[in-house]
Design a protein around this ligand. Structure first.
Ligand code: ZN
Length: 133
């Protein structure tokens, strides 16, 4: 079974915490233990797991990505979003989270972030759970 989460971004670049939504799906499916795959089917967005407690962390990560790939830097790609493609590749398009005891097995400070690099848009995240029990 594949579930589709819908994520609406409200800025060109943003990290959107989707941990609670993923957790809700895991609980609704009654999964006690297993593996949860999250996959972003976009070329200018990605997904990552990092600190959710201090919002400065996502701002710092976005700030560094902007330094690595400035919006205008003489790119060949003519669509005007070459930087978005580069940032999406750096971050990656999938993560795996273990499910144990009916919950996502994340570290105390970890959150799952949908990473928007060419918003605002309505985006998708595919979620597949492999049940162990
Ligand atoms: Zn493009």
């Amino acid at each position: 079974m594949i579930k589709t989460l819908t994520v609406k971004s409200s800025a060109r670049e943003d990290f959107i915490d989707i941990t609670d939504e993923v957790e809700r799906v895991v609980k609704a499916e009654g999964v006690k233990r297993g593996i949860c795959y999250l996959y972003v089917p976009h070329t200018t967005a990605g997904i990552t797991i990092n600190e959710g407690a201090d919002p400065s962390v996502k701002k710092d990560i976005l700030s560094v990505l902007k330094k690595i790939a400035p919006q205008a830097a003489g790119y060949l790609h003519m669509e005007g979003n070459a930087d978005s493609h580069i940032k999406a590749t750096i971050v990656g398009s999938s993560v795996v989270v273990l499910v144990e005891g009916g919950s996502l097995l994340l570290g105390q400070w970890q959150s799952i972030f949908f990473c928007e690099f060419d918003g605002p848009r309505t985006r998708k995240v595919y979620l597949k759970i492999l049940k162990e029990d």
